[in-house]
Structure formats: C-alpha cells, structure tokens
Write a protein that binds this ligand. Structure first.
Ligand SMILES: [Mg+2]
Length: 261
C-alpha cells in the first residue's frame, strides 16, 4: 500500500495573487477541493479565522467527508480548526495572546498612520495592514516606520524575550514568538497522528520567508517533503531543496497542481 500525500498551503500569495486580498482564480480552489476528496489538506496562515471563513470556507461546497480531510491553522498556529463529520473542532491557544495594555498602545501608534494602515481584527496578533486604495510605495515607507515604532513598544514594555514584530507583503504584526508557521505545521503533524493518517510526502506551498519555517520544521521532524516556492523573488539558500514554478503566486500554485496530481 502506498502512503498518502499531505498538501499544505499558505494563503496570501499562494491561493491569491500578490497584494490582492481575495481568491481571484477559482481553479485553485477547485483543485484543492479535488485533493480534499482523497488526501489531507492544510491551510496555514497568519490571517485570522474570521477572514478565512469569509473568503475561503464560504466558497467550499463539499460534503462532510471531504471536510474531514481539511485542517486549518490561522494566526500562525494560534487557532486550529478541523472537522469531524460536519462538526467543527476549534482550539485557540489563549496563553499566547497579547495583553490589552499592548493592544491599546499599538492602537495609539496606529492613529499616526491611519490614512495608510488599518487594523485587521485578530484574536492572537496585532495586525496593521495596508488600507484599500493606498499606493504600495507609500505603504512600504509607512510600514518601515510603524515597524520600528512597534519594536520600541515591545522593548519599552520589556517583552522582547516573548514577543516580536513581523512584517509581510501587506501587513505588520506584533506576535508571540511561539506563534510561527513551524508551530502551526507541528499542530498539523499532531492532528495527522491523532487521526492515524500516515503521510509519505508533504507538499508545501509558500511565497514568503515565514513559509520556510514549515520546511524547517518538517526537516527537524524527519519528514519527506517537497517545498514548492511560488514567490517571485529569489528564495535564497535553504537547508532543503526548493522547487520553483515558472508562473508565480496563485498561478504558480495552479501550474504545480495541474502537473503533479
Ligand atoms: Mg504568503
């Protein structure tokens, strides 16, 4: 008997085009739905679960059996959602939350950038993201500034051993250091184990630095995996093999899925 594959997808820039906050290409979702009927699929993102429900889950029209194969980890592992015959199982890691005091101070900083950035509601992280319609160059400049303001906030609060400031293409986050994609994929491994599912190979799709944490964790755990990088910029030297696609972002993901299923 051959072992199954498990498919792991980041969301932004992997299921969506660069800098676009919705799934534009339904073919990607269709491919994922097809996979879900036979093999496990994990969606691993820094986005909050509310966003994933609205923008992705609402578009999934599959039976309960396919949903049994879906594992979702949002807020970099802070939240986990899985399904058992149509019933949701939701877990949140409350102890990794930011304090109200820090949230309020971050809100205070954000008011200085309120024409360029907006807060995205999340449960574990503080996320300030690009406001709709703001030119990307303008946002990038503000992003650098708010990043350094947030870093100072964490240092002044004496929290630099447990909290960090993290940036991606569209946002700046303050988060607990224990929240990262390595910890998120670790939760996926535990879930597979609890479900008694043996995986021969993991296929991981990423477009950003934080996605490589998933490959790193799978290496540490001694798993076989293929890391598919769909980003545009050079992924740099890694301790593991990185497969690149000709097209990028959602189109790169689709290119790989069409050629390798
Ligand atoms: Mg991404």
């Amino acid at each position: 008997m051959g072992f199954m594959n498990a498919w792991v997808f980041d969301i932004d820039g992997v299921l969506t085009p660069l800098r676009i906050e919705s799934i534009e290409n339904n073919s990607v979702l269709q491919q994922i739905l097809t996979i879900m009927h036979k093999e496990p699929v994990a969606l691993i993102t820094g986005r909050g679960l509310a966003w994933v429900r609205k923008n992705i889950l609402s578009k999934f029209t599959v039976d309960d059996k396919a949903f049994n194969n879906l594992f979702i980890s949002t807020e970099f592992g802070g939240e986990v959602l899985s399904f058992e015959e149509g019933v949701e199982n939701y877990i949140i890691d409350e102890k990794l939350k930011l304090s109200t005091n820090i949230l309020n101070k971050a809100d205070g900083i954000l008011t200085n950038y309120s024409n360029l950035l907006v807060r995205e509601p999340k449960l574990m992280l503080y996320t300030a993201k690009i406001k709709k319609g703001v030119p990307y160059k303008k946002f990038q400049k503000a992003k650098k500034e708010i990043l350094s303001d947030f870093e100072n906030l964490i240092i002044n609060a004496g929290l630099q051993s447990s909290f960090t400031v993290h940036e991606d293409n569209l946002a700046v986050n303050i988060k607990n250091k224990k929240l990262d994609k390595g910890s998120a994929i670790n939760k996926f491994l535990k879930w597979l184990n609890a479900e008694n599912i043996n995986i021969g190979n993991f296929i991981v799709f990423g477009d950003n630095e934080s996605d490589f944490e998933m490959g790193k964790e799978l290496s540490i755990q001694g798993k076989n995996f293929t890391f598919v990088y769909v980003g545009e910029t050079d992924p740099g030297e890694r301790d593991f093999k990185v497969v690149r696609t000709n097209k990028h972002y959602d189109e790169g993901t689709l290119e790989y899925l069409r050629g390798n299923q």
